[in-house]
Design a protein around this ligand. Structure first.
Ligand code: ACO
Length: 325
């Protein structure tokens, strides 16, 4: 049986760090309020002229270096972003060119906002399992600072910029038991009826302007906890596993309180979650691969560990994946 295995990770954060105190100079807020309600202490903000594709390329190059590969070894790039460089072409083709992936393969973007990375992972996993490709670069990259209304304290304190990437590779030796490494399953959902609770109020197809993030925070919070709880239960059940089997929860980093309530639902202690939201803020599709890269880099995640990823975002979209490292 063919499985996809994550063989390396890479991340990139812009140099410029914006603290809560910096934000308090722009809007009426305080470090205490932001930290208490969200767990966020600071976020990275892309430099002027630093595009989503630039950050994605840096993360991809780091993942390639770690795996000892070049762009020529990659068959496909699937890049999740809600903040592409341009309406078209896809940001992924710029990365394709930047990493020297010449004369072969394909690259495209996926848009599922904060769930985007798991959507991209699921897509690449299915290309690999079907035998169509052997290796994929799966990237989550965002420049949310471009679409934030910096006068709206209800949203501007939440988001940050960054990129994370993983390389997925076909493993034909994997056997169909839960002990095997690789992506065990992916679970995707969306419900368009709630698209008005979290959205960008512009775009070339309607207003011809970029628009800004608009959000009903309380409703998003409520749906996030419910939907992520459901999809996590679905993932565990599909693999005949228990929450206690999970070594690492690598959640979308929207809000520490949302992560805490997931830990509570799963009866897992706080030290089993990889949490980067304090330093990264919410980087939408980039948050899971950046958290994954951090925990692999510092040795927390080891071969054989069972990892649960979960996310929820505008749409609404929500998703989960179980991975044996
Ligand atoms: N600083 C100070 N005060 C603020 C700020 C701020 N940055 N933002 C709002 N307030 C005020 C409000 O005006 C309100 O004041 P009032 O009582 O005088 O009217 C008060 O604080 C309470 O506001 P609420 O919106 O009710 O605060 P809440 O406890 O719901 O926290 C928050 C807001 C942090 C946005 C929360 O709802 C949340 O985290 N929701 C989830 C949203 C999220 O994570 N979105 C990310 C995208 S989706 C995803 O990734 C899952």
């Amino acid at each position: 049986m063919r499985r996809s295995r994550i063989i390396s990770c890479g991340a990139y954060l812009p140099e410029n760090v914006m603290s809560n105190d910096d934000l308090a100079k722009i809007v009426e807020t305080s470090n205490e309020w932001i930290e208490q309600r969200t767990g966020i202490k600071s976020r990275h903000i892309a430099a002027k002229g630093e595009a989503t594709s630039d950050m994605a390329t840096r993360a991809a190059q780091r993942a390639l270096e770690k795996a000892g590969l070049t762009g020529l070894d990659i068959d496909a790039i699937i890049l999740a972003t809600a903040t592409p460089d341009q309406t078209f072409p896809a940001t992924a083709v710029t990365v394709q060119d930047n990493i020297g992936m010449k004369d072969h393969g394909f690259a495209f973007d996926i848009q599922a906002v904060c769930s985007g990375f798991i959507y991209a992972l699921a897509t690449a996993d299915n290309f690999i399992k079907s035998g169509q490709i052997k290796r994929a670069l799966v990237i989550g990259a965002e420049r949310f600072s471009n679409i934030i209304d910096w006068t709206d304290r209800g949203t501007c304190v939440l988001f940050g910029d960054g990129a994370g990437a993983v390389i997925l590779e076909a493993d034909d030796t994997a056997q169909g038991t839960n002990k095997d490494s690789g992506i065990l399953s992916t679970h995707l959902h969306s419900e368009g009826a709630h698209r008005g609770l979290l959205y960008v109020d512009g775009g070339p197809g309607t207003t011809q302007t970029t628009g800004h993030v608009r959000m009903n925070g309380k409703e998003v919070f409520r749906h996030a906890v419910t939907r992520m709880g459901e999809v996590v239960a679905e993932a565990l059940q599909a693999n005949n596993l228990q929450a206690s089997d999970i070594q690492w929860l690598v959640p979308h980093q929207a809000n520490k309180r949302i992560i805490d309530s997931m830990l509570e639902k799963l009866h897992l202690p706080p030290e089993r979650a990889v949490i980067t939201v304090a330093q990264h803020g919410n980087t939408s599709a980039a948050s899971i691969p950046m958290a994954l890269a951090a925990a692999v880099e510092d040795g927390r995640i080891r071969r054989g560990d069972l990892i649960l990823m979960e996310a929820m975002g505008g749409g609404f979209t929500w998703a989960a994946s179980l991975v044996r490292w």
